[in-house]
Design a protein around this ligand. Structure first.
Ligand code: BES
Ligand code: MN
Ligand code: ZN
Length: 494
């Protein structure tokens, strides 16, 4: 969906759906008052009758009104007029509006919310979020269902603004649209089943991203090449699977030759059965989502490429399938990682850290400015933070702060968790340098501690997205997180 700035009066603007703000106590913003006046006071009449209260995220859909060019009007509540709302509340209201417009026959939408004040946010932020949230709402699952689903008519958006702001708003709208595209790729890959989205499928997707773009190169390492690099830990995860593991390396050079790259590393377990430490059967299908870290770093790269950002970015995906078989790794096995550290594998279901540690060692060769890994790493992170917030760990408080702030600004939040030394000894092994699971307690922290043993030579952060990467239950589907946080971080700091 394309969004563009519009400076004409909303009264005269021909659109399929015009979104107009309303506040509590019948206090109308000037734009809504102007439409109301042009339509003979029909809006204020509804307010007086009590049909519209203006509470946050309230929606009221009206058919075409005589005097206003729009085919439909959506009154959208933003709470009290004199109070600036929070970014989260703004997102909540826009999401509701997008859902209403999406389910209508409107082919385009005009949003006239210049008078809505958001705390600490400017007009460009509002425009970016509007484009992103509308774009994201239009996402359609690429489901393997026969027959055609409901056709969505909405194709185009207009963001009403002051003529002085046109170019700033257009650029913010383009950013928002590109983020939605990155999220859509992330969701598409996440939602695909494990029999289609294999490690090889992911590597072909990576090649597709790089095709025809001279700034982007894809390099795929197969198991033989990984063996030469001594990636014994990553390979131990793939040992039980008939699918060949892949280390996907995408290099985007949009910045100065000498500028150090940011490296994003994604966990790409295309199906996590648990291996010999087999998972219980309930909801095991959801372990097709165990490559959502990989999907999110590929989605982020997609956005960066769309926007041709002037940065250097490396994306590494450690892709493998975790399966039991006669050749599978067994509890008690000891493997040697690329770093030389030996690992006692006490539980083959703690496989994410085993593929990530070798990818993180591989990342050293890029002399990175910072490395951020993204992984559906632990059920314990869901116990700690539920489904709203990703876990954030870092060996640099400064980097953690930047990612935290990016999460807040993007409405894609993470909480800074401890990575203190006290936890490290939970990973002691009698037989190897480190065990792949910790003693009971703080499972998300000890998983991050494990990774920290491999990231000593650079600034590093880890995002545990086990609780945020997808929604279960009836509305099962990938969320597209944390693409928008990562893009925000890259826009600010890369
Ligand atoms: N992919 C899982 C983590 C997970 C579980 C993510 C549920 C989202 C929902 C990971 O590979 C795993 O199995 N972790 C184990 C670690 C344990 C064996 C130390 C876990 O969390 O139970
Ligand atoms: Mn597992
Ligand atoms: Zn896993």
């Amino acid at each position: 969906m394309e969004f563009q700035a519009k400076t004409s009066s909303p009264v005269a603007l021909r659109s399929g759906f015009l979104v107009l703000p309303v506040f509590e106590k019948g206090e109308l913003p000037a734009v809504t008052a102007a439409v109301d006046k042009a339509c003979g006071g029909q809006i204020s009449k509804l307010i007086k009758q009590g049909d519209v209260e203006g509470t946050l995220a309230e929606v009221c859909s009206l058919p075409q009104l005589e005097g206003c060019a729009a085919q439909r009007i959506l009154l959208l509540g933003f709470g009290k007029k004199k109070e600036a709302i929070s970014g989260d509340d703004f997102d909540k209201a826009i999401k509701k509006a997008a859902a209403s417009v999406k389910s209508s026959p409107a082919k385009d939408v005009a949003v006239a919310i210049a008078e809505v004040a958001v705390k600490d946010r400017d007009e460009a932020w509002k425009a970016r979020h509007t484009a992103k949230l509308f774009g994201d709402a239009l996402y359609k699952v690429n489901a393997q269902k026969s027959g055609n689903g409901k056709v969505i008519a909405l194709k185009k958006g207009f963001y009403c603004c002051d003529s002085k702001k046109t170019s700033a708003i257009n650029s913010a709208l383009a950013t928002g649209t590109a983020i939605a595209k990155g999220m859509a790729l992330c969701k598409d890959l996440g939602n695909l089943p494990g029999n289609i989205c294999t490690p090889t499928y992911l590597s072909n997707e990576a090649r597709k991203l790089a095709r025809g773009n001279s700034k982007l190169t894809a390099k795929i390492l197969n198991e033989k090449q990984m063996r030469e690099l001594k990636m014994g830990s990553l390979l131990s995860v793939a040992a039980g699977s008939d699918e060949e593991a892949q280390l996907i390396v995408l290099e985007y050079k949009g910045g100065a030759k000498t500028a150090k790259p940011t490296v994003l590393v994604g966990k790409g377990i295309t199906f996590d059965s648990g291996g010999i430490s087999l998972k219980p059967g309930a909801a095991m299908d959801e372990m097709k989502y165990d490559m959502c870290g990989a999907a999110s770093v590929l989605g982020t790269l997609k956005t960066v490429v769309e926007l041709a950002l002037p940065i250097n970015l490396v994306v590494i995906v450690a892709a493998a399938e975790n399966m039991p078989s006669g050749r599978a790794t067994k509890p008690g096995d000891i493997v040697t990682s690329m770093s030389g550290q030996t690992i006692e594998i006490l539980n083959t279901d703690a496989e994410g850290r085993l593929v990530l540690c070798d990818a993180l060692t591989y990342a050293e060769r890029f002399k990175p400015k910072a490395v951020v890994d993204v992984a559906t790493l632990t059920g314990a992170c869901i116990v700690a933070l539920g489904n709203h917030t990703s876990g954030l760990y870092s060996n640099s408080d400064e980097l953690a702060q930047k990612l935290f702030d990016a999460g807040i600004k993007a409405g894609d939040k993470a909480w800074h968790m401890p990575l203190w030394d006290e936890y490290q000894k939970q990973l002691d092994s009698n037989f190897a340098d480190i065990a792949n699971i910790g003693t009971p307690g703080a499972g998300s922290v000890t998983a991050a501690c494990f990774l920290s043993r491999f990231t000593k030579s650079y600034d590093w952060a880890h995002l545990d997205i086990a609780g945020t990467a997808w929604t279960g239950g009836a509305a099962k589907g990938a969320s597209g997180r944390p693409v928008s946080m990562l893009v925000e971080y890259l826009l600010q700091h890369a």
